[in-house]
Ligand binder design. Structure first.
Ligand SMILES: Cc1cc2nc3c(=O)[nH]c(=O)nc-3n(C[C@H](O)[C@H](O)[C@H](O)COP(=O)(O)OP(=O)(O)OC[C@H]3O[C@@H](n4cnc5c(N)ncnc54)[C@H](O)[C@@H]3O)c2cc1C
Length: 434
């Protein structure tokens, strides 16, 4: 049977767009002779500065939604085996643990402390708004944690002075990790080698339908100040948090999240830590989730104790990634390049990690302070109501890295076979609300 001619355009070169490109080229019905696949990415590089380049990279069989998680977790393992993911994108099995800690005030604080008398006092500073971690839905109340001693190899956490409670959320049987940026770039490169054209610096401005509105005709994008139009029979919108700007009927929302990368002087054992850290009075005050601007709240010591929940993921390259809470103070800009990084919010994370780990605090070297937008509301995977060839794959929440290969595989089936076979779309199918 000859495959029908298709001109497939993928919008977005984050992990979802690049995984989709990869799986399209691996589908049994794909033929480089009859299928033209183009991926358009607004940033100057793919994985370009969006959440896919700035996420933690945790993979877990206990993630959600459960209709696609097992497929995607398995595909991650198969991809790592096939393409040497251990070396290429830092794939490894790991532990995920919930830890309840009490922080020490880190030494060497900023100017605000000098003004407050050098040594933090419990009289200055005020704002004590508890902040919640990204994966908060998975956590149990810290009071319910078993008062276990920490495992011996968790030697980069100050278990003697800081740790108050420990429990496993995931073990190497059901939990793994990747370096998300390296994984995304690898998917893009493998797709390109199989015939996909990737155009960066290309921001899509409209998806154009036929006159009857029932099928796709083309996609218009801007590149280097010029408008171009690409003939398209099948359009996959994988624009992460920007998806609703192209498809207003798909309710993807977003929140900004900050993160840091810290290099440790020693290799770090494979733990992802979901922390609950109680900051004592005198600790640098975290930036309030609603505070706009660069004012560094942490220049003033906390008056009363406060609880925070940064997540810390040790990576095989000797770095640790840590992220803080989300905030809605700065709306999603036009592109990744304009994402505003709040330095003070990054410093908050660095102080908090330093308060429970000398390895990452006193002895660590900060390599990156960054921000991105977490896409929320979905995941939405499937055909967009009544328009032949229009598919969405977006809104993947805090599990988009885990669920990217499964999403890519399902979209490849949808586009090339007209139905999904590897898993049921279930709650991800946008037709349930359209
Ligand atoms: C702090 C943080 C930590 C996280 N940790 C984890 C984790 O440990 N495990 C996990 O599974 N998930 C994690 N996630 C979630 C994960 O990062 C996201 O779900 C995932 O990266 C979303 O990928 P995406 O491709 O949909 O979006 P993005 O990565 O945002 O990519 C979308 C791309 O589309 C492009 N684009 C947008 N509009 C256009 C347009 N008009 N034309 C052309 N291109 C366009 C953008 O430039 C962007 O590159 C985390 C997220 C955050 C914020």
């Amino acid at each position: 049977m000859t495959a029908p001619q298709k001109e497939i355009t993928i919008i977005g070169g984050g992990i979802i767009g690049c995984s989709t490109a990869y799986f399209l080229t691996r589908h049994a019905f794909y033929s480089a002779a009859t299928h033209r696949i183009t991926l358009l990415e607004a940033s100057s590089s793919n994985a370009g500065g969006g959440a896919s380049g700035k996420a933690g990279g945790l993979l877990a069989l206990w993630a959600f939604p459960q209709n696609i998680v097992p497929l995607s977790f398995k595909l991650h393992q198969e991809l790592a085996k096939e393409h040497d993911g251990e070396k290429r994108w830092g794939y490894r099995r790991c532990w995920a643990s919930q830890v309840d800690c009490k922080a020490r005030v880190p030494p060497g604080l900023g100017a605000g402390y000098a003004q407050a008398g050098g040594v933090p006092t419990a009289t200055a500073g005020a704002h004590a708004e508890p902040s919640k971690g990204l994966h908060k839905d998975h956590k149990m109340d810290s009071k319910a944690l078993r008062k276990l001693g920490a495992p011996d190899d968790l030697d980069w956490l100050d278990t003697v002075h800081s740790l108050r409670g420990y429990d496993n959320m995931g073990t190497p049987d059901d939990t793994a990790q990747v370096h998300p940026e390296l994984f995304t770039r690898s998917m893009a490169q493998l797709a390109e080698e199989a015939g996909v054209t990737i155009i960066t610096g290309a921001r899509v401005t409209s998806i154009n339908k036929d006159t009857d509105g029932k099928s796709i005709r083309s996609v218009t994008y801007e590149k280097d100040g010029q408008e171009k139009t690409l003939p398209t029979t099948d359009c996959i919108v994988a624009a992460g948090p920007w998806t609703s700007r192209l498809l207003p009927q798909i309710p993807v929302t977003s929140s900004r999240a900050h993160s840091v990368v810290i290099k440790s002087p020693h290799p770090l054992s494979a733990y992802a830590l979901f922390t609950a850290i109680s900051l004592p009075a005198g600790f640098p005050t975290p930036t309030a989730s609603k505070a706009r601007g660069a004012a560094a709240a942490h220049a003033v010591p906390l008056k009363r104790g406060q609880s925070v929940e940064p997540e810390i993921y040790a990576r095989p390259d000797g770095t640790a990634y840590a992220c803080g809470p989300t905030d809605d103070t700065v709306p999603l800009p036009l592109t990744n390049a304009e994402v505003e990084v709040g330095e003070a919010r990054c410093d908050d994370i660095i102080y908090q990690v330093s308060g429970i780990s000398d390895e990452l605090g006193r002895d660590g070297q900060v390599l990156a302070k960054q921000a991105c937008y977490l896409p929320q509301g979905g995941p939405f995977i499937g055909e967009v109501g009544g328009v032949k060839g229009l598919v969405v794959a977006a809104g993947h929440t805090c599990w988009g890295i885990q669920n990217a290969p499964g999403t890519g595989k399902l979209v490849s089936e949808l586009v090339l076979e007209g139905r999904t076979k590897s898993a049921k779309l279930g709650s991800c199918d946008p037709s349930r609300f359209m």
